[in-house]
Design a protein around this ligand. Structure first.
Ligand code: CDP
Length: 223
């Protein structure tokens, strides 16, 4: 019998659009490795800020990014990024990181440094016996895994998204981050052609997950 295919699910969308909750639930339901690439951009941002590097000082960004020692730590079903052997903590959700992350994420060299790291996580998932990988971010279905088995793009009314983020107790200018993320030249936030676009404004997380799950189950049934 042929081995089961390794399924890749890409979930993209703006801030607080429902990516994290839906991708975590899918990872539990289908035994997929979960990867939150936003946490990678946040961890690198926190590290560069700790080193005193500013996003407009490109030579310093290049030097610092080139010297980062990246590794992976599995916590349950989630892949966490290690920098210099350490997984970042709550500082990645700080106000300073919220304010700076989109500026660093717009730098092509920084994105390039993460490209093969992110693709390599499919091998990590296979090696650890996961059935597939669910990766959330801004450019997963467009750049990292354009051939993913499923590509979802989540969006929601900004007022509703701000309400969700405030409910998490965070100060976060999500409209400004979305503006920067959508207008940058390198891998902008966009719904890739052919992706399934889902408006999460008025639907529950359960409904979003059911829609995604039904599509994945139908495919697994054919495998
Ligand atoms: O949690 P939230 O949706 O607000 O953001 P996040 O997923 O933690 O991502 C933080 C920031 O990282 C985004 O605003 C983007 O600037 C950047 N990012 C990116 O450029 N590409 C990705 N694949 C993921 C995140």
């Amino acid at each position: 019998m042929a081995p089961s295919p390794f399924i890749i699910v890409a979930i993209d969308g703006g801030a607080a659009s429902g990516k994290s909750s839906s991708s975590r639930t899918l990872s539990e339901r289908f035994n997929f490795l979960h990867v939150d690439t936003g946490s990678f951009y946040r961890a690198i941002t926190a590290e560069l800020l700790r080193l005193g590097v500013k996003p407009d000082d490109l030579p310093a960004v290049r030097r610092a990014v080139g010297a980062l020692r990246l590794g992976t730590h599995l916590r349950g079903r989630s892949a966490e990024m290690e920098i210099g052997g350490r997984v970042a903590g709550d500082e990645i959700r700080s106000r300073e990181v919220n304010d700076q992350v989109s500026h660093f994420a717009a730098i092509p060299e920084l994105r390039a440094a993460l490209l093969s790291y992110q693709r390599g996580l499919a091998d990590v998932g296979r090696a650890h016996g996961f059935r597939g990988l669910v990766m959330e971010g801004r450019d997963i279905g467009s750049v990292i895994f354009p051939d993913a088995d499923f590509r979802f793009f989540l969006h929601a009314d900004p007022v509703e998204r701000e309400r969700r983020r405030a409910g998490q107790g965070q100060h976060d200018q999500i409209r400004e981050r979305d503006r920067l993320d959508s207008s940058r030249k390198a891998s902008p936030l966009t719904c890739p052609t052919g992706a399934t676009s889902i408006d999460t404004t008025d639907v529950s997380l359960d409904q979003v997950v059911e829609q995604m799950s039904a599509m994945i189950t139908a495919r697994l049934g054919q495998a």
